[in-house]
Write a protein that binds this ligand. Structure first.
Ligand code: ATP
Length: 218
């Protein structure tokens, strides 16, 4: 099976995440997408709802999609979740699957700050998705990219579908353009805190969960 692993804080999950996952499934021929909410996110602990709440919101959001799965692998432990450990464990549990780690361009550019990023790049293939405010050619700023900015632009022009590129250390990435949806969890939290509507930015079930549990209010 080709399995897309979609990690994130999901604080809260929104349509930007969900639509991107659906398009990756289709465009990159994944058999399933596994959503992995971070337990104790290494970088974003301050405004985070509890791991339990983020896990439950993600569960509500994906419940009606037979190709989407929820993993609590990172939420089960009180320790900080490192992606390298999570993916190593998933590979150990299901050695016959091919795993692809899904990241937005913004997140991939921050990869050098992660725990043992060189090992992660050698361990798993990446799927890099577009996100409003970032261009695929920005990826050339990453130390893990071999392709130059100019080559990236040319590839984008010449290939309508997913583009496969090589990363340093023998790694590889599939670049997948998804429908631009400018939602961000930070924006949603700000809207809720300031009393603005978040309707149509996230599934109604997630919105109800946030209201019922009084999340993100002042
Ligand atoms: P925050 O605003 O708190 O930083 P976020 O909206 O970026 O949160 P995360 O849970 O940090 O959400 O994101 C998980 C993954 O989803 C990251 O790889 C990120 O790049 C990607 N992602 C988030 N929002 C979008 C979006 N609107 N379109 C495409 N990818 C997205």
């Amino acid at each position: 099976m080709r399995v897309g692993l979609f990690g994130g804080t999901f604080n809260p999950i929104h349509y930007g995440h969900l639509r991107a996952a659906e398009e990756v499934r289709e465009k990159a021929a994944m058999d399933k997408i596994v959503f992995i909410p971070a337990g104790v996110p290494p970088f974003k602990s301050q405004e985070a709802a509890s791991a339990k709440a983020r896990l439950e919101m993600t569960g509500c959001a994906i419940a009606d999609n037979a190709f989407f799965e929820l993993s609590d692998i990172e939420c089960r432990t009180p320790r900080t979740s490192f992606t390298l450990d999570t993916i190593s464990e998933l590979i150990r549990l299901e050695p016959h699957n091919s795993f692809f780690f899904i990241l937005g361009v913004d997140a991939f550019l921050e990869l050098p700050l992660w725990h043992k990023p060189d090992q992660l790049v050698s361990l798993v293939s990446f799927i890099l998705i577009s996100r409003p405010g970032f261009h695929f050619s920005d990826l050339s700023e990453s130390p893990y990219l071999i392709t130059s900015r100019k080559q990236m632009r040319e590839l984008e022009k010449s290939q309508p579908g997913p583009i496969e590129i090589s990363l340093t250390g023998g790694g590889s990435a599939l670049i997948v353009a998804v429908t631009p949806i400018g939602a961000s969890s930070t924006g949603i939290r700000d809207d809720i805190r300031d009393g603005r509507s978040v309707r149509y930015l996230l599934p109604p079930e997630v919105q109800s969960y946030i209201i019922n549990n009084g999340l993100y209010r002042k």
